[in-house]
Design a protein around this ligand. Structure first.
Ligand code: NDP
Length: 283
């Protein structure tokens, strides 16, 4: 039976560390601050943003929300981002996605300072990850790494398989595993025999969005299994891994909910504090 990777417990530890970092910054005369930019009135996006603001408040991190109407011009959004880039009291900027259809996401993101891009969405930060330079990786794959590392199982030399290749989860997770010297395979919807790959994984990361895609018989005995999937099925939140069968084979497994999600939220705070420290020469 697999050991549980307890995301909630890891998040609780991170919260305490964040509180200490906030106090240190304040002692140095810096009031760390995250600004959230949201366009439109999509309820799910607003709910997501509200939970992020609550996280900030919990650790004493100042936050500010800028809401633009759904019909706002792209130029207005870009002007706001540039204003926040130039404002030295703002350390992190979270631009809530998706943007309204009339906006060009890539063009807008090109106006977000990589130094304040605490969600790791800019091409500059993706490039930093790709080239092994310092930057901000997206929060969810960073959370995946944190959960893997929490097991104490060495990553170096292991076969790691990532299922999913999106730019926010799968690809950056693969790059982060590669940086830790895993031998990485990326699977996707056109992978011919998914199980053949997953059964070879010492470390298996699911980032697909298909409930229960990974069954227990697709998991290598003793593997570390981290499930980034968030799917709603019959009013319940479930992952991409069929937990009940996979926990019988895996060595370690993260649950959904209570695995990747809570740690992802704390990574955003950590990144904002890192930005505040760096921008003020305190890192
Ligand atoms: P995307 O839809 O952008 O990407 C899904 C990926 O899964 C694609 O690369 C797709 O392949 C691949 N895929 C789809 N079906 C299959 C299949 N049958 N077999 C193998 N691969 C398949 O999703 P995201 O990366 O944004 O999100 C993935 C999951 O993670 C979702 O459940 C999402 O809700 C969750 N998520 C969780 C977060 C967290 O904090 N825990 C944050 C963000 C997302 P192809 O490229 O070929 O289409």
């Amino acid at each position: 039976m697999a050991k549980l990777i307890d995301g909630k417990a890891i998040a609780a530890e991170m919260r305490e560390e964040c509180i200490a970092r906030v106090m240190k910054l304040k002692d140095a005369g810096v009031e760390p601050r995250l600004d959230v930019v949201i366009v439109g009135d999509d309820p799910a996006s607003h709910q997501y943003v509200n939970s992020r603001l609550k996280d900030c408040a919990e650790i004493g991190l100042a936050s500010f929300t800028h809401t633009l109407p759904a019909e706002a011009e792209q130029a207005e959004l870009i002007a706001l981002l540039e204003k926040l880039n130039a404002d030295s009291s703002v350390h992190g900027i979270l631009l809530q996605m998706p943007l309204p259809k009339h906006m060009d996401q890539e063009e807008v993101l090109a106006h977000l300072s990589p130094k304040k891009d605490v969600d790791g969405l800019t091409v500059a930060n993706a490039g930093a990850l790709y080239t092994g330079r310092e930057g901000f990786a997206p929060c969810t794959p960073s959370s995946v790494m944190k959960l893997i590392k929490s097991t104490g199982v060495p990553i170096k030399g292991k076969n790691a398989v990532v299922v999913g290749r999106s730019i926010v989860v799968g690809k950056p997770a693969a790059m982060l595993l590669l940086a830790e010297h895993a031998t990485v395979t990326i699977c996707h919807s056109r992978t011919a025999d998914l199980a053949e790959h997953t059964r070879n994984a010492d470390i298996l990361v699911a980032a697909v969005g298909v409930p229960g895609l990974i069954k227990g018989d697709m998991v290598k005995p003793g593997a570390v299994v981290v499930d980034a999937g968030i799917n709603r099925v019959d009013g319940k939140t479930v992952g991409d891994v069929e937990f009940d069968s996979a926990e019988k084979t895996a060595g370690w497994i993260s649950p959904v909910p209570g695995g990747v999600g809570p740690v992802t939220r704390k990574i955003l705070l950590e990144n904002t504090l890192k930005a505040a420290e760096k921008l003020n020469g305190l890192d």
